[in-house]
Design a protein around this ligand. Sequence first.
Ligand SMILES: O=C(O)[C@H]1O[C@H](OP(=O)(O)OP(=O)(O)OC[C@H]2O[C@@H](n3ccc(=O)[nH]c3=O)[C@H](O)[C@@H]2O)[C@H](O)[C@@H](O)[C@H]1O
Length: 424
Amino acid sequence: MERSNYFGRVGSRWHSSVSAKLLCLTSILLLLTISAFFWVSSAGIDSQRPPTFQRSHEWEKRVRQSCLPRREDNPLVVLVTGAAGFVGSHVSLALRKRGDGVVGLDNFNSYYEVSLKRARQELLAKHSVFVIDGDINDKFIIESILEAVPITHVMHLAAQAGVRYAMQNPQSYIHSNIAGLVNIFEVCKAANPQPAIVWASSSSVYGLNTKVPFSEADRTDQPASLYAATKKAGEGIAHTYNHIYGLSITGLRFFTVYGPWGRPDMAYFSFTRDILKGNPISVYSGAGGKDLARDFTFIDDIVKGCVASLDTAEKSTGSGGKKTGPAMLRVFNLGNTSPVTVPTLVDILEKHLNTKAKRQIIKMPRNGDVPFTHANISSAQAQLGYRPTTNLDTGLKKFVKWYLSYYGDNTNRRLWVGNHEKII
Ligand SMILES: O=C(O)[C@H]1O[C@H](OP(=O)(O)OP(=O)(O)OC[C@H]2O[C@@H](n3ccc(=O)[nH]c3=O)[C@H](O)[C@@H]2O)[C@H](O)[C@@H](O)[C@H]1O
């Protein structure tokens, strides 16, 4: 009796301790699953990265081939992040065409049409540039690239772009523009040798600055959007990694870049689409009905600025995470120096599309926009030899030509592009 009571007591204690452990384990598992879910979906944008990245011999071979230079006079070997993006694809192509080694990285997220990113990837593949599906937050992939090939420079262009979207999905800006940037710096700082880094900041860091034209020495402590705030934070983070670890870092403040293979979320692109469809377009106006203006900068000029930044970047001075001397830290405006109003942008589009826009003039919403931008480019001129040569009329003519060849003249047409039929 006592024995059975004893076993009964032990049994029930055993049962309650097992149940407690099970409960604890289940809660931990549940918590892990929930955190994993939030981690994966925190950016709120689908990334089409394959879930299991294999660092196979085949993968390494493709990376090495892509990075094989085709010139002998000090070729660069560049990792371009955001290579399937607008600026990234153009820069990758320009580097490859002059004989540098290039490998790309892109997470192919769904912020805008993924098919356009895949088409850019195809274009790069035709020029022997391998674009890896991967996120800049994935340390293992970036370390694997740096271990597979002697990367001399990182052209870091992967970012969550767009000023107004930051109100809808703030986390995606933190994920890419802060956490992703830190991850790139972390891997580069630990590499031996450390690559030099050139990365995309933004004209939006000038925020509510009223002193024109904007020069690098002007205040940048009044960002008007979370996008701008993350780029400004990135500049601070760059300073830290340069100061502590000796990374050579160049930040480029791009001014509203436009052109062929551009970003569909930008005004010139969405206006073109809507004008051709016969849809109304919203043209924002500023305080007192004043037109908004941007220092629209053509992609070819931006590419020249990026390549010149890579060419003039000094080597990082650290080694395996330890700084051995002061390293280069630069910030440049890359703009066009001639702002154009948004209504004038629409006039030019109407001319090249030969179609009248249905304009709806509305007061600029409180969405992070700034009334105007205007770059002072004297620093970039002096140190990079940067001289923009394309005005908005010429640049938009080239954009419209590309747009019509890629999409056709309205969104319901089928069209042949290269070897592929696209349903538009
Ligand atoms: O230089 C930058 O740092 C940024 O440039 C770009 O931002 P923005 O200069 O805001 O370009 P973009 O959206 O084309 O709007 C252009 C104009 O059209 C106006 N605009 C816009 C939309 C609309 O429906 N109506 C309208 O009038 C609008 O008010 C604005 O006046 C990049 O997107 C950004 O990622 C970042 O790189």
